[in-house]
Write a protein that binds this ligand. Structure first.
Ligand code: MN
Length: 228
């Protein structure tokens, strides 16, 4: 059977120290997973069940391309996040078994059209236009868990033009990685190739054209993106 046209190949993320790459299937994101960020966005940092949204798999881009300032927004924010890459999945995964699904980790930016998000929130409308736009998810090369182990702490940071704007620690996540995987897998069938962006620490803010945004997670990866 032929198809009426061909689809592009999946986005491939490089793997540090390997000639193999990681094909991206889906991109899940966790909202408000650091108390200090929940507070800066005007919410109580209570431990409510985590909530999720998605980006499109082809919104994931390598940093070399730069980040084109998107249309229809005057207030695009950076959100640095730990990215979890899955090598397997399933449904209703126990938190105790969840790390068996993790291939590795990286650092990424959940770029957000904050003005569109604020309008969507106040109108009770969905977030896609604020979150799932072109180039909205630059991700670093992935580092296999085999090489660095699993992560429950470590400094996560982001700087704009060399000035630190976001700084936190993975230990501050309200829902940790096994809990996130367990919760997500009750809602969706997770699979190899899925990425999970795990929420951002405080200090989010606007970016401007020509800004150089660098970010990282100590001992894992760094990423540098120019706004073009
Ligand atoms: Mn985010």
């Amino acid at each position: 059977m032929t198809t009426v046209f061909s689809l592009p190949a999946p986005v491939l993320l490089p793997v540090s120290g390997s000639k193999s790459s990681f094909p991206v299937r889906r991109v899940y994101c966790v909202g408000r997973n650091y108390a200090a960020h929940a507070i800066e966005m005007g919410h109580d940092p209570v431990r409510e069940p985590p909530f999720f949204f998605q980006k499109n798999p082809d919104n994931v881009v390598l940093p070399a391309a730069g980040f084109p300032y998107p249309p229809l927004s005057e207030d695009v924010h950076h959100e640095v996040e730990l990215v979890v890459a899955l090598k397997s999945g399933g449904e209703a995964i126990d938190a105790a078994d969840a790390l068996d699904c993790v291939y590795g980790y990286g650092v990424g930016i959940d770029f957000t059209r904050r003005d569109l998000q604020a309008r969507a929130k106040s109108a009770g409308k969905p977030w896609e236009a604020a979150k799932a736009f072109e180039h909205s998810a630059p991700v670093s090369p992935l580092v296999p868990a085999e090489a660095i182990g699993h992560l429950d702490n470590g400094r996560i940071w982001l700087a704009v033009n060399g000035e630190t704007r976001q700084e936190g620690d993975l230990s501050q996540m309200i829902w940790n990685v096994p809990e996130i995987i367990a919760e997500l897998s009750r809602l969706f069938r997770l699979s190899a190739g899925d990425l999970i962006m795990t929420g951002t620490p405080s200090g989010v803010g606007a970016v401007a054209r020509r800004d150089v945004i660098s970010c990282g997670i100590d001992g894992v990866a760094t990423l540098s993106v120019t706004v073009v």
